[in-house]
Design a protein around this ligand. Structure first.
Ligand code: SAH
Length: 247
């Protein structure tokens, strides 16, 4: 590939051996091997300065666990020499929940720096001082930011030009229009006595599109009233709060 500066993820972690991990296989792995994107995992511990190479310390004010030290993490961020136009993210359960809209923005940019927390989290002063944008992948707590970073990178990489076999397969799926995807079927025509819905095998493209739309709407209304309300507001042209990261 003759791509001068492909999309690039720079990951700061205490466990660089976790990367590319699952992103080294299948769709993302083939794209990585062919140079459509790059990943650089940098060891936060390389920026530790004391004899024991310590990266964490007890929380000020007391309480359980340990906190990633501000000086060590800030030094690791500075050493990565991230170009100013690249987003600087911190995976964090306190962050704004990741959406397909934010993933699309990140995929269209040069690629982010991603800081992976561990222990009880990171010192607030480095979040503020280095302008880290906190991003969550859901309302549950992981033991570290690495799996969250892998999820974010995977969602971005599949949107990069040339990564997905068919360009179109990214545009007509869950969240792309604020709705969940319609049910999918393939052969065999009859499975455990259940046929594929007749409309889908009718060859009538307009009917198929209408069926899929109706199924998408019904699923979204039933499962995700939050998304359904936003979609309904958009349709009725009502003023909903403008939020760039809304799915
Ligand atoms: N004490 C913290 C949780 C720390 S979990 C709290 O209650 O908020 C350790 C690290 O795992 C975090 O610093 C973060 O980098 C990562 N992590 C955990 N859950 C996450 C989530 N839902 N989304 C993104 N990152 C998460």
């Amino acid at each position: 590939m003759t791509n001068p500066s492909p999309w690039r993820a720079t990951v700061l972690t205490l466990f660089p051996e976790m990367f590319p991990g699952p992103l080294g296989v299948s769709l993302a792995g083939r794209a990585l091997a062919s140079g459509l994107w790059q990943i650089e995992a940098r060891d936060i511990r390389a920026s530790a300065t004391d004899r024991h190479r310590s990266v964490d310390d007890t929380p000020a004010g007391g309480g359980p666990g340990m906190v990633l030290r501000a000086d060590v993490l800030a030094a690791a961020i500075d050493a990565a020499e991230i170009a100013p136009e690249r987003p600087r993210l911190l995976m964090s359960p306190r962050g704004r929940p990741l959406t397909q809209a934010r993933v699309t923005e990140l995929a269209q940019g040069p690629g982010p720096l991603i800081v992976c927390g561990r222990f009880e989290g990171v010192d607030q002063r480095v979040i503020d001082g280095r302008g880290l944008e906190e991003i969550s992948i859901g309302d549950y707590v992981l033991s570290g930011g690495e799996i969250a970073a892998l999820a974010l990178i995977d969602a971005c990489v599949r949107l990069l030009p040339g990564v997905m076999g068919k360009e179109a397969s990214g545009t007509e799926e869950s969240f792309s229009d604020g709705l969940l995807e319609y049910p999918q079927y393939t052969r065999p025509q009859l499975f455990e006595g259940v046929p594929i819905p007749a409309t889908l095998t009718s060859g009538d493209h307009a009917k198929v599109a209408a069926w899929r739309r109706a199924e998408s709407e019904a699923l979204t209304a039933a499962r995700r009233p939050d998304l359904w309300e936003k979609a309904a507001n958009r349709r009725s042209g009502q003023k909903s709060p403008k939020n760039k990261t809304d799915g």
